[in-house]
Design a protein around this ligand. Structure first.
Ligand SMILES: Nc1nc2c(ncn2[C@@H]2O[C@H](COP(=O)(O)OP(=O)(O)OP(=O)(O)O)[C@@H](O)[C@H]2O)c(=O)[nH]1
Ligand SMILES: O=C(O)[C@H](O)COP(=O)(O)O
Length: 213
């Protein structure tokens, strides 16, 4: 199984946190979370490889150090980038993938291991969706065969992925697992994940966005 990790350019990431964080703080947070997820994935020896789908130049050292494979995001959006990445792997005969988002502050290798064990209980054609805590988003998505379903990310994506998988004849399981389901999208998520200490930064309350001034 290969993992695919989409990572938005840090300078463009986490727009929903703009009321609370400066652009530099948002970029620093996105980098911190992405590095955490990639480092944890590096501990999973049952993964045959990790494809990092990104246009972010600041990731190349870590990607090289972990022996992961970079895949350039051509800028046509998350779904197009993931479909192109999936097509590259399918072209090599890779039959199973897990797409892992990079904004999961509680992510750790053991949690993905647990999700993979649930996924393996399924049949030969299967999708396992780990939603966000609200149940609508798709934080982690296992799929076998890998190319059976294209990407439908965006609000409410879990239901779209479920429907597409069923239409393709896959057995679908949908689960919520705290360490994988907790993503950091909103100011409330940020407070819950880090209290008032932003990783690599001063207390984040120090920044006041123009709208909050
Ligand atoms: N390669 C790539 N990754 C993306 C893109 N958009 C989102 N992602 C990644 O997809 C996952 C979920 O991201 P979102 O929560 O939708 O976007 P975000 O930048 O984290 O937050 P917002 O700007 O607030 O929407 C994270 O791993 C992002 O880095 C994209 O256009 N290209
Ligand atoms: O489909 C999704 O899950 C979204 O594209 C990304 O999720 P998020 O905005 O909840 O992080």
């Amino acid at each position: 199984m290969w993992a695919i990790v989409p990572i938005k350019r840090f300078a463009e990431a986490k727009q929903r946190l703009a009321p609370l964080l400066s652009p530099a703080q948002r970029a620093g947070l996105a980098r911190h979370m992405a590095e955490g997820v990639l480092t944890e994935l590096g501990r999973l020896h049952w993964l045959d490889g990790v494809l990092v789908v990104s246009a972010e130049a600041g990731l190349s050292n870590l990607v090289r150090r972990l022996c992961f494979e970079p895949f350039d995001d051509a800028g046509a959006g998350l779904n197009a980038a993931l479909d192109a990445a999936g097509a590259r792997l399918a072209g090599r005969g890779i039959d199973e993938t897990v797409i892992v988002h990079a904004d999961l502050p509680l992510f750790h290798a053991g949690a993905l291991e647990h999700a993979a064990a649930l996924h393996r209980r399924g049949g030969a054609r299967r999708m396992t969706i780990v939603t966000d805590l609200r149940g609508g988003g798709t934080n982690v998505r296992f799929c076998r065969p890998a190319a059976a379903v294209s990407a439908h990310y965006g609000e409410g994506s879990a239901a779209r992925h479920r429907a597409a998988a069923q239409a393709a004849g896959l057995a679908v399981e949908t689960v919520t697992l705290r360490e994988l389901s907790f993503d950091c999208d909103t100011p409330d998520d940020l407070r819950m994940a880090y209290g008032n200490r932003l990783p690599g930064s001063a207390a984040f309350g120090a920044h006041r966005a123009p709208s909050a001034a």
